[in-house]
Write a protein that binds this ligand. Structure first.
Ligand code: FAD
Length: 471
């Protein structure tokens, strides 16, 4: 095992962690993957990152880049051999600059997403990337996974929000690509290659992001629905009525909302009687550039039309920012409240919106045919065709039994996704969790090209080995 004295010289002794201090960096957010690292190394500058990578090349030590360690697919933790370093970007957390003339912002990789949003807001701009982990995840991790979240419908995934990158390559060079250009057709798009590569091609140390005007007003509503089919029709109605002002459209299974209030009794479902017991809800957000009144009037028109057409059974339009936040809080609490249902088998999938209702109906039926009584915990970004389709044991099975059924459940859900023209990872990435599934569902030529790119950019295979691609 190489001694880490040289790493201490590069980044400073307090920033090379071993033993107890390194523990939390070695276990993933869900506690599913527990590895062991040679050391956790926390460089404070791009230059230091490059020096650390060059040391790793010389010593043939693998590198696992890590941001907030909120990956949901085991992408940011080491294996259990104790041979790799975890390279934590946490100290590189500065907003280097905001350029309001060009509506751009340069942020270091270890900056927590919420801090980046706040910096943009302080400059009277919107950085629209938003997800439930935003208080812990970093922009480097968002870039590494091409994170999605709740505003994709209007602003796109992280990839659509980035204009330039600074990268330490797998060979230890620094690529100074922090361009803020909206147009730049000068050859292969390396930026797009690094975004979503889950740390397997190099280390992103900073990025230039796009900024947007802050909306003048935002209006949110929760609608109760009878079916996914109605939700898809409602999406179409909302798109027609709101155009580009529709910034969020989330589908929520009724049981998910009940799980949230069970876990967090201070929260409440804003309906009474039968409307609180509907099988589905949709959370819609409209961002308006005129006024609160204008936003509300537009919302009332679309909601009125939906109720009249029988697409929704009931609706609550938030009266204030506080109510709007409370509705979003309900939605964002679902991943954390899932423990109310016990350990689940989780899927982050996408299918074309037009096939969403068929997908949910046929997958639910197939699961019930094999495992009667399992519970379906379904929620997600319907506007992007992305669902978190999770399966809990319900009353029918023990956690141990569900674990035994897991592989068959994965196969039923992913086969159905494939039949419906979808993807087995919509936004969380591949990591370790889905690595061995890629050959089953991905085009073989596409997979072969990915392996060739990996070989070309990381010839020693030191960048986050065992993630995304197998050996
Ligand atoms: P990490 O978990 O540390 O790393 C993720 C991956 O990126 C790893 O492969 C890592 O090696 C790589 N990486 C990290 N930093 C760098 C870097 N500087 N350069 C190169 N590679 C790097 N995801 C969504 O897309 N949408 C959601 O709505 C969403 N909701 C979530 C809700 C909760 C409660 C939680 C816990 C997670 C959620 N996630 C969601 C998943 C997760 O938050 C995102 O994947 C996030 O982008 C990861 O950021 P991170 O800083 O924690 O990265």
């Amino acid at each position: 095992m190489p001694a880490v004295d040289e790493l201490k010289r590069i980044v400073g002794e307090p920033h090379v962690l071993q033993g107890e201090q390194a523990k939390s960096y070695q276990v993933d957010w869900r506690g599913r993957y527990a590895g062991r690292a040679l050391a956790v190394v926390r460089p404070g500058s791009t230059q230091e990152v490059a020096e650390v990578v060059r040391w790793c090349i010389a010593q043939r030590v693998p590198v696992v880049p890590q941001g907030g360690n909120t990956s949901l697919c085991g992408a940011a933790t080491p294996d259990d051999t104790g041979t790799a370093i975890v390279l934590s970007l946490a100290r590189m957390n500065r907003v280097r600059g905001i350029d309001t003339d060009n509506d751009t912002m340069v942020v270091e990789a270890g900056c927590v997403l919420q801090a980046a949003q706040q910096a943009a807001h302080a400059a009277d701009r919107l950085f629209p990337l938003s997800l439930a982990a935003e208080g812990s995840c970093t922009v480097g991790g968002n870039l590494g996974t091409n994170a999605g979240g709740t505003q994709v419908l209007r602003y796109g995934n992280t990839r659509e929000l980035v204009l330039g990158l600074e990268v330490v390559t797998a060979e230890g060079e620094i690529w100074h690509g922090l361009r803020g250009l909206r147009k730049d057709n000068t050859g292969y798009d390396l930026r797009d290659l690094y975004v979503g590569s889950e740390g397997t091609l190099g280390i992103i140390t900073a990025a230039t992001f796009k900024l947007y005007p802050l909306p003048v007003a935002q209006c949110t509503a929760l609608l109760g629905l009878a079916s996914v089919r109605d939700a898809v029709a409602l999406l179409s109605l909302a798109r027609k009525g709101f155009g580009a002002s529709l910034t969020g459209f989330e589908l929520i299974g009724g049981n998910c909302l009940h799980g949230v209030v069970k876990c967090y009794p201070q929260q409440r479902i804003p309906f009474d009687g039968p409307s609180a017991q509907l099988p589905w809800y949709a959370l819609l957000e409209l961002s308006d550039s005129e006024s609160e009144e204008h936003a509300r009037a537009r919302f009332e028109a679309v909601v009125g039309e939906a109720l009249e057409a029988g697409l929704a059974s009931d609706a609550v339009i938030a009266e204030s920012m506080a109510q709007s936040r409370a509705l979003w809080h309900l939605r964002e609490s679902i991943p954390l409240a899932e423990k109310a249902f016990g350990k689940g088998v989780k899927h982050d999938v996408s299918v074309p919106v037009s096939r969403m209702a068929d997908f949910v109906e046929t997958t639910n039926a197939a699961l019930q045919a094999h495992f009667p009584g399992v519970e379906h915990i379904i929620f997600g970004h319907l506007g992007d065709g992305n669902l978190h389709y999770n399966v809990a044991r319900g009353e029918a099975y023990t956690e141990q039994e569900l674990l035994g059924m897991q592989d068959k459940i994965y196969a039923i859900v992913h086969d159905s996704v494939h039949r419906h023209g979808g993807s087995i990872s919509a936004e969380h990435g591949v990591g370790q969790l889905k690595r061995d599934l890629l050959p089953l569902y991905k085009d073989p030529v596409e997979l072969a090209l990915m392996k060739r790119i990996k070989q070309a950019l990381d010839p020693l295979g030191l960048m986050n080995p065992g993630k995304v691609l197998g050996k």
